[in-house]
Design a protein around this ligand. Structure first.
Ligand code: ATP
Ligand code: MG
Length: 249
């Protein structure tokens, strides 16, 4: 569904990504790992149209999306969360989700012709489902800054899902979570796949990555070192040298 072909990105003199190619298939959970500064978030920014690529092409279901504006790409069905949580501060959990739903709903031509109340009812039901799915039901009327870090991360995922994406990009969703929270998150990401969503996941927590991903790509200093199944990655010497051997993360 997502095809990344010979993508490079330079910021001034710095090559943040060099000739990256990878394919994500539908319903895969695809992991992206690598040391700090490897270019993982930059790749997300290119896929979602935050920056243009310097070279190469990105296709989504065969359609070239390189060079499209971010909102166009979101509308095609790619949603993301951010490494640094970006929620709407003065809103409740429910409101955060409703704002995202409205952004999405406004883009549909058919919504103009729908009965207002029926549409409202459907959206409210979907928001309730999302809050349940991400374990936020009890917190629905709380302001987002009063949530725990793990809850805020789950709310960001719920908000991204309100856009009804086919592909969800998660940038370090387990960062700052304790072991129980990240195990819980892992289970919820697995459940997402059951609903037909494809996930591209940046994550430093190796337990999460190895436990959940079908395939993993390893970046280091902007280059794709290797890609493969979790077993292949764990057995790869170059990966162990570049990444898995590190103790400081
Ligand atoms: N907007 C930008 N302008 C200039 N340099 C940038 C920009 N964004 C990223 N970089 C640089 O590109 C390189 C890759 O950064 P990126 O954030 O993609 O790494 P990362 O793999 O996500 O790292 P981390 O694990 O720390 O989040 C870094 O050297 C970074 O400083
Ligand atoms: Mg990053």
């Amino acid at each position: 569904m997502l095809e990344i072909k010979n993508i490079s990105k330079s910021f001034g003199g710095l090559m943040a990504l060099r000739d990256i190619s990878l394919d994500v298939a539908e319903r895969q959970i695809y992991g992206l790992i690598g040391p700090n500064g490897a270019g993982k978030t930059t790749l997300f920014n290119l896929i979602t149209g935050y920056y243009p690529a310097t070279e190469g092409a990105i296709r989504f279901f065969g359609q070239e999306i390189t060079g499209l504006r971010a909102h166009k790409i979101a509308r095609l069905g790619i949603a993301r969360t951010f490494q640094n949580i970006r929620l709407f501060g003065t809103m409740t959990v429910k409101e955060n989700i409703q704002v995202a739903q409205n952004i999405h709903a406004r883009s549909g031509v058919s919504s103009l012709f729908q009965m207002y109340s029926a549409r409202e009812r459907r959206l409210r039901q979907e928001a309730d489902e999302l809050m349940n799915r991400l374990g936020l039901w009890e917190k629905r009327d709380e302001q987002s800054p009063s949530l725990s870090y793990g809850e805020q991360r789950r709310l960001e995922i719920a908000r991204a899902l309100a856009l009804k994406p086919k592909l969800l990009l998660l940038d370090e969703p387990a960062a700052g979570m304790n072991e129980a929270e990240s195990a819980d998150l892992l289970e919820r990401i697995r459940e997402l796949r059951e609903t037909g969503i494809t996930v591209l996941l940046i994550e430093h927590d190796m337990k999460v990555v190895m436990g959940i991903c079908d395939r993993i790509a390893v970046l280091s200093f902007g280059e794709l070192i290797t890609q493969g199944t979790p077993e292949e990655i764990q057995a790869n010497d170059a990966v162990i040298d570049a990444y898995l051997g590190r103790e400081d993360d």
